[in-house]
Design a protein around this ligand. Sequence first.
Ligand code: ADP
Ligand code: MG
Ligand code: ZN
Length: 626
Amino acid sequence: MALEPERREGPPPIRFGLLYAILAAWLVLLVVDFARMQRNFEAIPYSQFITYLNQNKLAEVTVGSERIEGTLKDPAPGQKKDFLTNKVEDPTLTQALKDAKVKFTGIKDTSPLGGIFAWLLPLIVFFALFQYLSKRMGAGGGARGGGILSLGKSRAKIFVETDLRTRFDDVAGVDEAKAELKEIVEFLKDPTLYSRLGGRMPKGVLLVGPPGTGKTMIARAVAGEAGVPFFSINGSEFVELFVGLGAARVRDLFEQARGKAPCIIFIDELDALGKARGANILSGSGGDEKEQTLNQLLAEMDGFDPSKGVVLLAATNRPEVLDPALLRAGRFDRQVVFDKPDKGGRKLILEIHLKHIKFAKDVDTEILASMTTGFSGADLANLVNEAALIATRRKGDSVTLKDCTEAIERIVAGLERKNRVLSADEKRRVAYHEMGHAVVALARGAHESVHKVSVIPRGIAALGYTLRRPTEDRYMMSSQELKDKLAILLGGRASETIFLQDISTGAADDLDKATEVARAMAMRYGMSRKLGLATFEREQAPLLGGQPPMKLHEYSEETAQLIDKEVTRFLADSAQTAHELITEYRELVEEGVMILLTRETLNEEELKTLWNRYQLRPKSAEGLAS
Ligand code: ADP
Ligand code: MG
Ligand code: ZN
């Protein structure tokens, strides 16, 4: 749905027209020049010229370095008066002309005008083409048109919008992000407030999340709420054909922004520009350019003083590829995470977008929200738009629920597999699985609190997820903590076994991770009594070229068998623990699953509340027995 004002502007046809005009002028000159020669002169062989000379028929002659032009005294009827011949090396010519008393002069062949154009025009055409091409490769149109020769100057599409109408109310389902960004809005409204208290604003805030979750939108909303200019540029537009232009653009962007503080600089799709350096060494061209641009960005970020009221926002859906230098303290040191909206969020987003169309009474956002697990905000906007199109096509006078469900089917069919929508059965399984992780973590994890449990798919591997975050930075873990970690990892599968009497492929990733932990316990941390204190894994010196170092294994065949046994035992013990805990907290799991099936997510507080309520309750005999 086209809610936002169209902001792609700056059409290039003017420049295009100029190019054509120059070409046309050149052609006309060529034709005129050619015609002049053709019309007035008769081309004759040199021998003919000598004959005319000897017959004394010449009135006047102009000798060039390459050719000779001349006029005849009285041309025969039908014969041209002027003639032209290519010069032949002839040392006696001057003497002969003198003897014949012909009036003669010497000149340079080409006419002065033609001469200038002959070398200037191709140059101009070349520049125009160059300019046009670089624009095509780089940015497209130009908001600040640079002249033909202003190559080094940035023509980046630096959009400055001063009167943004996007507000926080237009973005729904991302309350945490909004709460974090409110502070920035306050700061922009009065930059002096913070410096007075000695506080320091973060220089850069990175918005991280899957596509279509409202990152770009919320950046605009921050500017809209604060009422400040919004400089935006897309990371992919920095990828230039010519080395150095990207860096010039970055410089220009910051320079312009500084002049308009307080304001926001927004770099969308930061990953296109901020890929880890060296990662594209093999890709050859373009690597240099990107690196220069990135370096310039880093330099600008170091140089600018946030107390002046310029806030840098950037968005990416691939934070993992960003150059670590970008994420260092003093650069993008604050991250705001966007997740796909849960059911409540989807309902709100649908309501926002439905405001703009005419819909029938039967359109129930509650129902639509429950049908669209895994949809992003953009998918939902698309859904409303699609439904409106369907209604238009069938010539209805408002959008009905049926139009909406048809639109959902269409969108689901078009989604990539990784955005798949779970069936009711799958969702139930995922809910049990994730609650399994969560309950074991709650029961065991004094060191890790559960941050969020969700049944919304996140990428191909994760159909749901349980986010745990360490309550403190951990440099060491005790053997007990590692065992707890194992139990938490295996909790998902244990829960599936207990409640669904069957296991699924969904636990493969958990098993990988658990095996890795168990192997480390046996082989590196000396935590197996049978294996003793020796470690069995050594890392080779790092290889050149950034490949991960090889692991060297030095042990006998028997030891290998023992290691396998011990790893299996660690895993089995932890699986047992997980199994017992989930059995003990069975009702808690069931309760959590009920909530997940209706609301899709459970946050930290909700889980804590559930947990505390459960602790207070007299335990049922049944729960302990089974
Ligand atoms: P991103 O930058 O995260 O990829 P956008 O901000 O460009 O996503 O969102 C694209 C469109 O999807 C928006 O213009 C808006 O119509 C819709 N949209 C996305 N997220 C939301 C949301 N949380 N609330 C309302 N609309 C949203
Ligand atoms: Mg975006
Ligand atoms: Zn799992």
